[in-house]
Write a protein that binds this ligand. Structure first.
Ligand SMILES: Nc1ncnc2c1ncn2[C@@H]1O[C@H](COP(=O)(O)OP(=O)(O)OP(=O)(O)O)[C@@H](O)[C@H]1O
Length: 347
């Protein structure tokens, strides 16, 4: 599908830019650290997803993408996590994350998450059919036969052959790619309003990956589902995202409509990540390696956390830059923005 077709589809389902988008999830100013750490591992992160919108979060390993997602889902270990700020607005509820978690009836039902590692979600002791049916029964009710029909339908949707037969199998009887698809089927079985997908297609071959991305796009069109997708794959971002948030050292450094961020990246980190990717439409364009290494969280510099690796750094960068809007919702946290650069991810 071309980008203009995708945009037409997005407009039809009411995503940002179409003038009809309704916000369904908003995270305001999340800051947290794990016990014993001297700095926040996620610092002042805000995200917003509208109906039908696909937001991709990108950034190097360890920059806080998964922890942000887990905090939204309320899945971080309570006794080891200190949340100093953060409010979640979802489905008419406002949750002060310092004090409470997302109510259990919303988790896994109205808001679902899929993980990199499918065995996190699958129980080895139960058949695939029982596990998907159980999720459907818990959240939707109905009879067991109806729940199994729904499970079968979902397995078919994620491209599993002979779905009726697979319902009777256990996770260990399936290949890794199949298990991944079963987990996706389970997450999507209750038509969630928001799907949080943490590297959902990394382990899958390109054909299945394309099928899963099509499925997510289909649900966005049919149900207006919003998606937060964590990925390292800029090819996936270019193919599927409406908007993108770039994280570095636990902070969002650049955020906005994907066309703005990719065609005109303005944070030196984003430029570093993206400049080595010649064309977005070549599948598998991974994030480039930015010279230097990410400091450990306790060794993060004050102010702009990227400044120890940044070619543009000046003494003023010891002050933390605010995320400033360069126009049209393109936000950049850099004292030097807008930069005079000529970098575009697209050829
Ligand atoms: N339970 C925990 N206790 C202590 N530190 C943790 C815990 N979970 C994550 N971290 C640390 O928080 C930081 C952010 O991790 P996170 O998993 O969010 O990174 P990420 O950007 O998703 O990376 P990747 O792309 O590799 O999944 C890392 O330094 C990680 O080691």
């Amino acid at each position: 599908m071309t980008r203009s077709e995708l945009q037409a589809e997005a407009a039809a389902s009411g995503v940002p830019g179409s003038g009809q988008a309704a916000e369904i999830l908003r995270l305001d100013r999340l800051s947290l650290r794990f016990r014993g750490q001297r700095a926040d591992v996620v610092s002042d992160v805000s995200l917003r997803v509208s109906a039908g919108e696909i937001l991709c979060i990108v950034g190097e390993s360890g920059c806080g993408k998964s922890v942000t997602a887990m905090a939204v889902m309320g899945l971080l270990p309570e006794n080891a996590t200190q949340i100093s700020s953060g409010t979640l607005h979802f489905d008419g509820e406002t949750v002060d994350l310092r004090r409470a978690r997302l109510p259990a009836h919303l988790r896994g039902n109205r808001i679902a998450m899929i993980f990199q590692e499918p065995m996190t979600s699958l129980n080895p002791a139960f058949t695939i059919g029982d596990q998907i049916a159980e999720t459907v029964l818990r959240h939707r009710g109905g009879s067991r036969a109806e729940a199994l029909d729904r499970a079968c339908e979902m397995l078919e949707k994620v491209g599993i052959p002979s779905p009726r037969q697979r319902l009777r199998e256990y996770p260990h009887q399936l290949s890794g790619g199949m298990r991944q698809r079963v987990m996706i089927a389970m997450a999507l079985a209750n038509d969630p309003q928001i799907l949080i997908a943490d590297e959902p297609t990394t382990a899958l071959d390109v054909t299945i990956q394309a099928q899963i991305l099509d499925l997510i796009r289909g649900l966005r069109r049919e149900t207006g589902m919003g998606t937060i997708m964590i990925t390292h794959d800029l090819g996936v971002v270019g193919e599927i995202a409406d908007s993108v948030a770039v994280m570095y050292g636990g902070q969002v450094v650049e955020q906005g409509p994907v066309a703005d961020v990719f065609d005109n990246p303005q944070h030196p980190y984003t430029i570093g990540l993206m400049s080595a990717v010649p064309r977005l439409d070549s599948p598998g364009g991974r994030l480039a390696i930015v010279p230097g290494t990410v400091p450990t969280i306790d060794a993060m510099p004050e102010g702009c956390r990227f400044r120890t690796r940044c070619a543009f750094a000046t003494p003023g960068c010891a002050r933390r830059p605010a995320l400033a809007d360069l126009g049209g919702g393109h936000l950049v946290a850099c004292h030097h923005a807008p930069l005079e650069t000529n970098v575009s991810v697209r050829a």
